[in-house]
Design a protein around this ligand. Structure first.
Ligand code: DQQ
Length: 581
């Protein structure tokens, strides 16, 4: 391993941080001059093949996903007039399999005094007798920034319509108004649950830097009162957007409805951290006596804690799918380029592949895995087994459409004693929040270790001018516990230096006792979603190759560590294009 002195670490850290925050888009950033420019031509270069996208324009948060009378519904934040954020309505698409989607007219649009400046995020709850209701945030004034926020409800016009085509906004809206302190930080009502015969739900907020998840209670879903304490709160984390609160089973990988509040369960509390644009969660207990959420001991509440995804993934929303007894998470990935580029392309934003979520048997983290239905898109298949990768080897995976693929690999590593030593200086130099990505950034794929870097080179151009590597490094630490680092690095992904090219990283909590580690990557033109060790650590990168486009993209396996790695098995598929809006 190369020697880096403290000065250099400091420099790298500085560059990294400044680079990293470039990607933290100021949201609710109003660009009046751009928000009504509708593109006449849509740039296809980086549009995805099998991810959720409308035909054009801006999208952000997934809203109120639900399963109703055999149909999956996805609503999402959408600008019908342009490809930057603004003019926000609830667009609506339906599906029978979460893979093929048909667009309907927007379900909720600004029209009344209680939402005339925007219909922001919210959630669905299915009330008894199969009666869905949506709670959403209405913007009633654009001042103070980012808007004066109230909560509204909407109900289907016709409950017997499985497509839920039309939604009514009753005239007793708004049903909740902010306090003086929270007028512009009072949004994103959650799915409700029941406690002692009453409905409860939570709303994201902040006071100064205190993140707050306010708790509301209602006997009838219309008249809500603020409970005298929040469901949860945390200092120094900033605004909590899109709070999500749900039970997970401790005995099974099946999902649970939010109304389950006791038994062999734990609760998950997820928030989208506005300051850093990451979705972080803790696992804990819903104390029904105190009516409070209490994270388990050892859980880190905030940016340094657990994340659904260590890359570009935000404003997620989960729902319980009763047809398959599973809980599914939808998350949004924004673009990494600038707003002028969105306008030129005529579109911005995708929804990531829905992920089934359940509790890891350790009880210490969640596991997230692409929904099984995605596999119906698998087409041409290539398989490899017992392939040896020596130091410096690169092997092309040929025979599939490398720009639109699903790849599943199991790597076998030799004795762990050859792993490089973890440099404990890193713990002092880098903040815990960015430690993994900082190490990924300074080591990249070229700094040689013992076990690693090894993994995939996705979206590779013919002569490797561009590639998006997804890879592992294994470290021995002084206390003999291994550290396994996973990286997804957009830095070499494009020759276009205007793009934001973050190197993302996360640690994978595995002991490698069986000397194996798996990696699945969903590659789709401008997005690479990668799942390590069966969904323990996930990283999504958005990338914009200039050469590795369409049929000119390639896929390779590589090993730049001194120790030989074996590909125990590789399965790669070309992915078909579903019906997409
Ligand atoms: N996006 C919505 C808000 C939410 C934010 C507005 C999260 O309701 O807090 O489009 O990305």
């Amino acid at each position: 391993m190369r020697f880096f002195n403290v000065f250099m670490w400091g420099l790298v850290c500085f560059f990294h941080m400044s680079h990293s925050f470039k990607g933290v888009m100021a949201f609710h950033k109003v660009s009046k001059h751009l928000q009504n420019i509708k593109a006449t031509e849509i740039s296809e270069d980086h549009r995805t093949g099998y991810h959720f996208q409308p035909k054009q324009n801006w999208i952000n948060d997934p809203n109120a996903p639900m399963f109703y009378k055999g149909i999956y519904h996805l609503f999402y934040q959408y600008n019908p007039k342009g490809s930057v954020w603004g003019n926000i309505v609830w667009a609506h698409s339906i599906s029978q399999d979460l893979v093929n989607w048909t667009p309907l007219d927007p379900a909720i649009e600004p029209s009344e005094s209680f939402d005339q400046f925007g219909c922001w995020s919210g959630s669905a709850t299915v009330l008894p007798d199969e009666k869905p209701v949506i709670l959403y945030t209405g913007i009633i004034n654009e001042d103070p920034k980012p808007g004066y926020q109230v909560q509204n409800y909407a109900i289907p016009e016709n409950y017997s319509d499985p497509f839920l085509t039309k939604w009514i906004k009753p005239s007793d809206n708004p049903i909740l108004k902010p306090t003086k302190e929270t007028v512009s930080a009072f949004r994103d009502p959650s799915t409700a649950w029941k406690l002692n015969g009453e409905w409860e739900m939570t709303i994201g907020s902040k006071v100064d830097k205190l993140g707050i998840s306010y708790l509301y209670r209602s006997p009838d879903f219309i008249n809500w009162t603020l409970v005298d304490h929040p469901l949860h709160q945390k200092e120094n984390v900033g605004m909590w957007e899109c709070p999500d609160f749900y039970p997970v089973s401790t005995t099974s990988d099946k999902g649970l409805d939010t109304t389950v509040i006791d038994g062999d369960i734990k609760h998950v509390f997820k928030v989208s951290l506005d300051l850093t644009r990451f979705d972080c969660y803790t696992i804990g207990k819903y104390d029904t006596n105190q009516d409070k959420y209490i994270p388990d001991e050892g859980m880190i509440d905030g940016w340094a804690g657990l994340r659904y995804d260590w890359g570009n993934f935000y404003a997620s929303k989960s729902f319980f799918d009763p047809s398959k007894s599973r809980r599914i998470i939808w998350g949004w990935a924004n673009e990494s380029c600038n707003q002028d580029e969105y306008v030129r392309k005529g579109w911005a934003g995708i929804q990531l592949i829905p992920r089934t979520v359940w509790l890891d048997p350790s009880g210490k983290q969640l596991l997230l895995w692409p929904i099984a239905e995605l596999e119906t898109l698998r087409d041409q298949n290539v398989q490899l087994s017992n392939l040896v990768l020596k130091q410096g080897d690169k092997v092309e995976v040929e025979g599939i459409t490398a720009a639109q693929a699903d790849v599943d690999v199991v790597f076998t590593i030799p004795g762990l004693d050859k792993a490089e030593t973890y440099d404990t200086k890193w713990d002092e130099i880098f903040p815990t929040e960015t430690l993994a990505e900082n190490i990924c950034q300074i080591m990249g794929t070229t700094v040689q270790g013992g076990l690693g870097p090894f993994g995939l080179l996705t979206l590779t151009s013919k002569d490797f001018e561009e590639y998006t590597p997804v890879f592992f490094r294994v470290f021995n630490t002084p206390n003999t516990k291994r550290k396994v680092l996973m990286c997804s690095d957009a830095m070499p992904s494009t020759l276009n230096n205007q793009e934001y090219k973050p190197s993302f990283g996360g640690f994978v909590d595995v002991d490698l006792a069986d000397n194996k580690i798996s990696l699945r990557s969903l590659i789709d033109h401008s997005v690479v979603e990668s799942f390590a060790a069966g969904g323990k650590t996930i990283i999504t990168s958005r990338v914009y190759p200039t050469l590795a486009l369409g049929n000119n993209a390639h896929l390779h396996l590589f090993n730049n560590g001194t120790e030989t790695i074996t590909i125990e098995s590789l399965n790669a598929w070309s992915m078909k294009k579903p019906q997409m809006n």
